[in-house]
Unconditional design. Structure first.
Length: 253
């Protein structure tokens, strides 16, 4: 069942997502060699609680932390650890969500730790661009798969691959609502997008093959070939004025 949001609900979702962006900005500024993923987790939760929000992932289906921090070949759902110190040349995907006044925000970005290999830098750029291309398709009258097709075609043209096992989602007063938003697909298929639909679009892009597996901790998804993976996520509302990227101040990225 799909819930279409009122303008007031979209404003609430914008506030929740603005908080996610603020926290991700702070985490990105902290990322450096020697910082642990545990340090990042602690700051993310403190900042959320000081703003009157709750971290959305902590306890979700038993997830043990506030932040998902996935390093290099880890795709998503990496569990923060005091033992995981970031090293020069790593990439780290930071995925964070909040619930603020009953509405969810969800976002992710992959950050470079110091100087990174050229191919890693290209992976980050292409994944960020694929997200922007997907978001631009979030328009009334388009079909759901137009989003995934835009992501997939940009990624594959760059020689990278799109993860199939994990997808984006509707978001509102629940973290995960219908519909699922795959990062691949045949254009012109799936539901017709309508005003009031709010989606979390979140391409996960692998440098090598698309295959992933989940580690014995039951959470951490890694690439099957051990090559790096990147993840960028934003929430978007479909409105009469076009795609409204939530938590993004006008004219800002
Ligand atoms: Mg999400």
């Amino acid at each position: 069942m799909i819930f279409y949001k009122s303008p007031a609900e979209i404003e609430s979702l914008d506030r929740a997502n603005a908080l996610v962006v603020k926290i991700l900005n702070a985490l990105e500024a902290m990322v450096a060699p020697g910082v642990t993923t545990w340090d990042l987790d602690r700051v993310s939760e403190e900042m959320a609680r000081k703003s009157g929000a709750r971290p959305a992932f902590k306890g979700y289906r038993g997830f043990p932390a506030a932040l998902c921090a996935s390093v290099n070949e880890e795709v998503i759902h990496g569990i923060p650890s005091k033992k995981r110190a970031l090293q020069e040349g790593d990439i780290v995907s930071l995925d964070f969500g909040v619930v603020l006044d009953g509405y969810y925000g969800d976002g992710a970005r992959t950050v470079a730790v110091g100087r990174i290999p050229k191919e890693s830098a290209r992976l980050l750029t292409v994944t960020r661009e694929s997200l922007e291309r997907g978001l631009a398709q979030a328009r009334a009258g388009n079909r759901l798969s137009d989003i995934g097709h835009a992501v997939q075609s940009h990624v594959e043209a760059a020689g990278f691959s799109v993860v199939r096992e994990f997808v984006g989602h509707g978001i509102g007063s629940a973290l995960h609502e219908d519909p699922q938003v795959p990062n691949y697909g045949t254009p012109g298929t799936g539901i017709v997008l309508k005003d009031g639909l709010v989606l979390a679009v979140e391409p996960m892009v692998n440098q090598g093959t698309p295959d992933v597996r989940v580690l014995a901790d039951g959470w951490t998804a890694v690439t099957a070939d051990g090559l790096p993976s990147a993840h960028f996520e934003r929430c978007v509302a479909i409105t009469a004025e076009g795609p409204r990227i939530l938590g993004r101040a006008p004219g800002r990225s």
